[in-house]
Design a protein around this ligand. Structure first.
Ligand code: ZN
Length: 115
């Protein structure tokens, strides 16, 4: 599962033309993913059980930060260019890396986040 996810991320990195220094998948309790300016991207292992359409949004979003470090106009247009038909449930531009799991909770398992 993790390996497949890694390959997915790498395939997108190639498509976008970026080379993140490090891709990590780890337990993250507050965010889906995080990006650091040093080129390291961490993904939450919760993504492994999310639908592909949602994973794509998160992957493309984080990889684009290697090119555009903010969420400005350029960022949004690139997002649309790479994901012209995002899943209805998760519009590509509605996800941002600063959103927490709770606020970006998905159709699938809303109850699993209650603590
Ligand atoms: Zn972001």
């Amino acid at each position: 599962m993790r390996k497949a996810f890694h390959l997915e991320v790498q395939a997108w990195a190639q498509k976008i033309g970026v080379q993140p220094k490090r891709i990590q998948i780890q337990r993250m309790t507050r965010k889906w993913a995080s990006w650091s300016s040093s080129g390291r991207i961490c993904f939450s292992d919760d993504l492994l059980s999310e639908p592909e359409s949602f994973r794509e949004v998160v992957i493309v979003h984080e990889l684009l930060h290697c090119i555009v470090p903010n969420h400005g106009k350029l960022f949004k247009s690139l997002m649309k260019a790479y994901l012209p038909n995002p899943a209805k449930a998760v519009p590509a531009t509605s996800y941002t890396c600063s959103k927490t799991l709770e606020s970006m909770s998905k159709r699938c398992r809303p109850e699993s986040r209650t603590r």
